[in-house]
Write a protein that binds this ligand. Structure first.
Ligand code: TMP
Ligand code: ASP
Length: 230
């Protein structure tokens, strides 16, 4: 069974699935769209390095192995149709909704759930919605929250070694065959905000037309490669 999303193709083959990263980049619920040659391989390898780092910290992810240049072999998950966002600093839609300035600290990590639904602009929901809409049980939602914060603090520590600041990040979780909540999807400049001394190393370069996004994505991959080998 195959499924094609905006930036990835999923092919389920027997006990495993193959996640093929496309060169597409989108923003604004798919309204803005471009193809950047090489983006898929950069995001696939970045995801592989970061998920391998997480597994060394005893965090379960779907990654089995990186198949260069643009594919991840993963365990198949039954995905929750959710984006789980963790924020360490104010930015993006948080600032639009609640005010404050980009880059201001939050006192504790904030976890937000959004239903994946471009037509409805990914509505934000709380745990009660997840339960009442039959999307996730309260227990599963709590497990996602707990895992999301733990993963974010581990990644913050990873990037801090090079004085980069992780501002916020989006995750997608699913259930494995035993019903465990496991991290799926990707971890790349498409899905986090990463800054160093005011310089932007993430998809905001594309969202806000601030230059060549791929140049920054490549720098993040180089950074991950070098931190990974230390
Ligand atoms: P936001 O501030 O636009 O809500 O984004 C929060 C974080 O989630 C940011 O790191 C970008 C990421 N994100 C995605 O990966 N996919 C999305 O569709 C959205 C809206 C945000
Ligand atoms: N809105 C998403 C983002 O900005 C991507 C998209 O909708 O295509 O990350």
């Amino acid at each position: 069974m195959n499924y094609e999303g905006k930036t990835k193709i999923v092919k389920v083959t027997g006990d495993y699935a193959l996640l093929e990263f496309k060169d597409d980049i989108t923003a604004g619920d798919g309204l803005k769209h471009d193809v950047l040659t090489g983006k898929g391989s950069i995001c696939a390898e970045t995801t592989a390095i970061l998920m391998k780092y997480l597994s060394e910290k005893d965090i379960k992810t779907h990654l089995v192995e990186y198949i260069p240049p643009r594919t991840l072999k993963v365990i198949p998950l039954k995905m929750f149709p959710l984006e789980v966002v963790v924020r360490l600093k104010k930015a993006g839609s948080f600032v639009r909704r609640y005010g404050g300035a980009e880059g201001e600290d939050l006192p504790v990590p904030l976890v937000e759930f959004f239903i994946k639904d471009d037509e409805r602009h990914d509505p934000m929901v709380c745990v009660d919605h997840l339960e009442i809409l039959g999307i996730a049980t309260r227990e599963q939602a709590e497990k996602m929250k707990e895992a999301a914060v733990k993963i974010t603090l581990a990644l913050k520590e990873f990037f801090e070694r090079a004085n980069f600041e992780l501002w916020d990040i989006k995750y997608e979780f699913g259930l494995d065959k035993d019903g465990n909540v496991v991290l799926g999807d990707e971890i790349s400049p498409d899905t986090f905000r990463l800054r160093k001394k005011g310089e932007i190393f993430d998809k905001d370069v594309y969202r806000r037309d601030l230059g060549d996004p791929l140049k920054k994505y490549r720098e993040v991959l180089e950074l991950c490669r070098s931190l990974n080998s230390q």
